[in-house]
Each structure stands twice: as C-alpha cells, then as structure tokens.
Design a protein around this ligand. Structure first.
Ligand SMILES: [Cu+2]
Length: 134
C-alpha cells in the first residue's frame, strides 16, 4: 500500500513538473514574439527615410526600422504583443506619408518639403537648398 501511494505521488509530481515546464516555454515565446513586415511608403529621399525611421522609434514595440529609398519599402520588426502592422501604418500616415493602403495625413503631407511630396515632379537633389531656404 505504501509503495503504491509513493508511486502515485511520484507520478503526480512528474506530471506537475512537466506541466509547469510547458507553461513556462509558452510564456517565453509569447513575450519574445517578434514580427517583421514590409510596408510600401511614399518616401522620396533620405530626408523622408530619416523622418519615417525617427517616427518608428516613438512607436512602442518597434524594435527595428529600415527604409529602402530605392524601393520605398520600410521593413519593420516589432513585438506583436505591443503594436500591430495597422498601428505602424497609422504612424507613418500621421507624418505625411502613404503606408500601403493607409493614405497620408493631409496636413502633415502639406508641410513636407516640396520634393518629398509624391509625384511633385521635383528632384530631391535640391533638398539641401530647400531646407536652408526654410
Ligand atoms: Cu524626401
């Protein structure tokens, strides 16, 4: 009788132990869960790149942001528990740039340097002149 009792206690202990390990493992993957997305923006030049990347630093949960000016694609790595692709797109639109199907905030867009406005037809090589002129 005593051995049976000991065995079942041992079995329960093993069960509890393994259950706590699997819970812990799940918890770890949840907190560290990162997503990487690519967002098509309306960035025109390095000035836009800096503005967008800087804005990303203010979005909580964003770990990394890099904009490729040639393709206008912003690659963002974020913690999915803290933010979402939609939040990130909204943050980009807020400062005057399109982000996938989210359209740029009109007021912010109007404040952008001329050459940074999509389809302005102006070359961003004049950018430095623009900045000094303001
Ligand atoms: Cu620009």
């Amino acid at each position: 009788m005593k051995t049976i009792l000991n065995k079942s206690i041992a079995a329960i202990a093993v069960l509890l132990f393994s259950a706590s390990i699997s819970l812990q493992a799940q918890g770890d993957t949840k907190t560290a869960r990162k997503e990487t997305i690519q967002i098509k923006t309306s960035a025109e030049c390095d000035f836009c790149k800096k503005a967008i990347e800087k804005e990303m630093a203010f979005v909580s949960g964003v770990k990394k942001a890099n904009l490729d000016v040639a393709t206008r694609i912003l690659t963002v790595t974020y913690v999915s528990k803290k933010t979402s692709a939609d939040e990130i797109r909204k943050a980009i639109a807020k400062i005057g740039y399109d982000a996938d199907d989210v359209k740029a905030n009109r007021k912010s867009f109007d404040k952008l340097p001329e050459c940074c406005k999509t389809n302005s037809g102006k070359d961003c090589t004049d950018h430095k002149k623009d900045e000094k002129g303001q």
